[in-house]
Ligand binder design. Structure first.
Ligand SMILES: O=c1ccn([C@@H]2O[C@H](COP(=O)(O)OP(=O)(O)O[C@H]3O[C@@H](CO)[C@H](O)[C@H]3O)[C@@H](O)[C@H]2O)c(=O)[nH]1
Ligand SMILES: [Mn+2]
Length: 364
């Protein structure tokens, strides 16, 4: 019949997995159904493995609980956190897809100022498929976005941009504040919708939040280790931060970009600030040492794969942060275990992205 074309295949349908850590339930997926149903879900069930997590009808998924993680990784399961959202990184490891979108189970579809629902995954895909500009700041924000461009004075030699490794989305309603800020501003809600996507400049760290995040797994997957947190650990709620700091140092070294801004999700649930303070206390104190460590971290040109960069970083963590607290020695060892487990589960990807001899950013 004229005029009727087959429904368009959702972009990256077979190249992207959606990773969801959960200790609750997955009812939130009902609101996301129009946007996420075509994609494969990897659900990482935290906490009691005997609890049954119901997945809404019609979603294509695989679900892993702690028994599965222990069975699949054996002793290497020690690097995967228990009773902390950091467990989500197991989903990154078992995925076989090029891209990952990870979202928390208390994040819902937000609306833009016009009242239109935001398809967060669609915006993440636009971000991750278009280049970044880490080497020279474009004052009109994302130059690759329709209706924008590079401004006068922007070097033409840099307008090809760099491969985008990470797309970091934001949150309306409950902002991702630390416990002290939550305690002094319990009623604060983020109502400000900023219509922008920015590349985080090379040499600048940022606080990566894991609740609305997409990354190119083929490029940066091995660096996305959400560090040892939760049960048995002296720190919590710094898993995504740790991954973000390692990832940014490695992206800067490899010549890749990280974007932040659109898309927004609606974050519905404020976790308990007092519980969070107990989890975060050491992190708030230690980060005054951690940040200078990452700001001064250097990687040699022999570090031409993400795995090699990560192992080198783990050695520096042990040497320099091990003095701050024995936890960092344990974390450095867990970083190595993570890479060993990653390479064991992803043997074909071991020939990871290597920087060509001239050091130019690899094309992927
Ligand atoms: O022990 C746990 C606790 C939670 N989860 C799952 O992880 C996400 C985030 O949990 P929650 O929404 O309760 O926590 P927030 O404080 O809002 O999360 C922010 O802090 C980061 C934690 O490091 C998180 O990425 C940020 O968004 C939910 O899906 C819980 O079900 C868990 O698996 N295990
Ligand atoms: Mn939350």
């Amino acid at each position: 019949m004229a005029g009727h074309s087959a429904p368009a295949t959702p972009i990256l349908k077979d190249e992207l997995d959606i990773v969801i850590p959960t200790i609750r339930n997955l009812d939130f997926l009902e609101m996301w159904r129009p946007y996420l149903q075509p994609y494969h879900l990897i659900i990482v069930q935290d906490g009691d493995p005997s609890k049954v997590i119901d997945v809404p009808e019609g979603f294509d998924y695989e679900l892993y609980n702690r028994n599965d993680i222990n069975r699949i990784l054996g002793p290497k399961a020690s690097c995967i956190s228990f009773k902390d959202s950091a467990c989500r990184c197991f989903g990154y490891m078992v995925s076989k897809k090029k891209y990952i979108f990870t979202i928390d189970d208390d994040c819902f579809v937000a609306k833009d100022p016009s009242g239109k629902e935001i398809n967060a995954l669609e915006q993440h895909i636009k971000n991750i498929l278009s280049p970044s500009t880490p080497f020279f700041f474009n004052t009109l924000y994302d130059p690759y976005r329709a209706g924008a461009d590079f401004v006068r004075g922007y070097p033409f030699s840099l307008r090809e941009g760099a491969p985008t490794a990470v797309s970091h989305g934001l949150w309306l309603n409950i902002p991702d504040y630390d416990a002290p800020t939550q305690l002094v501003k319990p009623l604060e809600r983020n109502t400000r919708y900023v219509d922008a996507v920015l590349t985080i400049p090379k040499g600048t760290l940022f606080p990566m939040c894991g609740m609305n995040l997409t990354f190119n797994r083929d490029l940066i997957g091995p660096a996305m280790y959400f560090g040892l947190m939760g049960d048995g650990q002296p720190i919590g709620r710094y898993d995504d931060m740790w991954a973000g700091w390692c990832t940014k140092v490695i992206c800067d070294h490899m010549g890749w970009g990280i974007k932040t801004g659109l898309p927004y999700i609606w974050h519905s649930k404020a976790s308990n600030p007092f519980v969070n303070l107990k989890k975060e206390y050491n992190g708030i104190y230690w980060q005054e040492e951690i940040i200078p460590f990452f700001q001064s971290a250097t990687l040699s040109k022999e570090c031409n794969t993400v795995q090699k960069c990560y192992i080198e970083l783990s050695k520096q963590v042990k040497a320099k942060l091990g003095k701050v607290d024995p936890y960092f020695t344990k974390l450095a060892d867990a970083m190595v275990t993570w890479i060993e487990a990653w390479d064991e589960l992803n043997p074909s990807e071991n020939a990871a992205t290597e920087l060509p001899p001239n050091g130019a950013a690899p094309k992927k």
